[in-house]
Write a protein that binds this ligand. Structure first.
Ligand code: HEM
Length: 411
């Protein structure tokens, strides 16, 4: 037998099914225990899956793995080549999908809005949003945490940062959901692709109107800063500007919601941990880091191989897709003691939930701040909070893991 196989046999059964969506961790564990690298036909027509912390981190920091990975999805999802050209041309220009030098140029422009000084100014505003949403529930004994808090709060926050209005309208949120369903699907259907394209174009029109208003009356916000960068030529054209706006709104809508939902569900499913936080709210920031490790809202991310290379005895060829399994890495026993246990007092778990390297999440500090504020306010105001259902429904999205609803009782 060859010491080096050109490709190992593909996984013999699909990973993603209803049980996986409810709890992917047994499957990630089985995959990790079976080996560090697997070939799967289930994702985007074929991809390498990396299961270990060390490899996931290394790949995300290694320039031989490119962040430019959207072409494959789009061509593969389109019935006819080019049917999704509009989507590809626009979304592929978002920071998340770019390599140097474009990546560095745009990241420098976006970063100031997410720095600690800017976030310190936002803290009071986030607390006010959280209190308003909690106040609106005062006469409800039972409510859906996702619909009433986890969904609206991050939208208000990203709207304040960007300086936009109307992003909390149901149709605007639905556009983001369509993008998430497409980007997060292992094999996007024609219908998912079509909806994602229509929603991205609708989002673009929405931002064109917001930008026109901002040009007429600039403010102290990120959109105004981006318009100035466009005038200086640091943003190349309108499409590049719109791609960053769509990406930020999408990130603002989808990910923090899932951190709030997954995190609160994990805490309330472990009442002793909730009780510890009630006794000592100073533990909240550490708890948020642990919740991110324990049930990561982003389960995996992709890279494209730019040059043939060997990894764990396998030949990875130029152009192939690699999925860095963040959620598996976060439960790797080689990196974390008792990885399956939720322990809010864990020393900094050093998880990979925000990625690593040059693409490390731009919104990491923001999203942590939002979760700290929300969990802090809930502990203070409703210490007796508990689950109304121990099996809430999960969204059918293996990449962006989150609850569709989280029914809670106040006491
Ligand atoms: C719980 C919440 C969040 C999680 C788990 C998360 C996770 C991630 C991960 C894993 C990456 C790296 C992806 C890769 O390397 O391929 C990333 C990148 C990014 N995130 Fe987040 N994110 C969250 C919230 C946010 C928020 C609230 C924003 C902005 C409002 C944001 C904006 C971004 C941007 C712009 C990038 C691309 C950075 C770059 O390419 O340089 N994220 N995020």
């Amino acid at each position: 037998m060859n010491a080096v196989l050109s490709r190992p046999p593909a996984l013999d059964r699909p990973l993603v099914d209803a049980a996986f969506l409810a709890d992917p961790y047994p499957a990630w564990r089985a995959l990790r225990e079976a080996g560090p690298i697997h070939w799967s036909e289930e994702f985007f027509g074929g991809a390498w899956l990396l299961t270990r912390h060390a490899d996931v981190e290394a790949v995300l920091r290694d320039g031989r793995f490119s962040a430019q990975r959207t072409g494959g999805w789009v061509n593969q999802a389109a019935a006819e080549r080019g049917a999704l050209a509009g989507f590809q041309q626009l979304f592929a220009r978002a920071l998340l999908f770019l390599d140097a030098p474009d990546h560095g140029r745009l990241r420098t422009l976006l970063q100031p809005a997410f720095r600690p000084e800017a976030l310190a100014r936002l803290r009071t505003q986030i607390a006010r949003f959280a209190d308003e949403l909690i106040d609106s529930l005062d006469d409800a004994d039972e409510f859906d945490f996702i619909a009433r808090l986890a969904r609206p709060l991050p939208v208000r926050v990203i709207s304040a940062i960007l300086g936009i209005e109307g992003a909390d309208r149901a149709e605007v949120m639905a556009w983001s959901d369509d993008l998430a369903a497409f980007i997060g699907a292992p094999e996007p259907s024609q219908e998912q692709a079509r909806r994602a394209q229509a929603s991205l174009l609708a989002m673009t029109r929405y931002f064109q109107a917001q930008l026109a208003a901002k040009r007429a009356a600039p403010g102290d916000d990120l959109l105004s800063e981006l318009l100035k960068a466009r005038e200086r030529g640091e943003i190349r054209d309108e499409a590049e500007l719109l791609a960053q706006c769509a990406m930020l709104l999408f990130a603002g809508h989808e990910t923090t919601r899932n951190l709030l939902g997954n995190g609160l569900f994990a805490l309330l499913s472990h009442p002793q941990q909730w009780a510890r936080l009630r006794e000592d709210p100073a533990l909240v920031p550490g708890a948020v880091r642990e919740l991110l490790r324990y049930d990561s809202p982003v389960q995996y991310t992709g890279r494209r191989v730019t040059t043939d290379l060997m990894l764990h005895g396998q030949r990875l060829r130029r152009g192939e897709l690699v999925l860095a399994l963040i959620a598996s890495a976060n439960r790797d026993p080689a990196r974390h003691e008792r990885p399956e246990a939720l322990d809010i007092t864990r020393a900094d778990p050093g998880a990979l939930s925000f990625g690593s390297g040059v693409h490390v999440c731009l919104g990491a500090a923001l999203t942590r701040l939002e979760a700290e504020v929300v969990f802090g306010r809930l502990l203070a105001r409703w210490p007796g909070l508990r689950l109304a259902s121990t099996e809430p429904p999960w969204c059918a999205n293996p990449a962006y893991r989150g609850l569709a609803a989280l029914p809670l009782r106040r006491a």
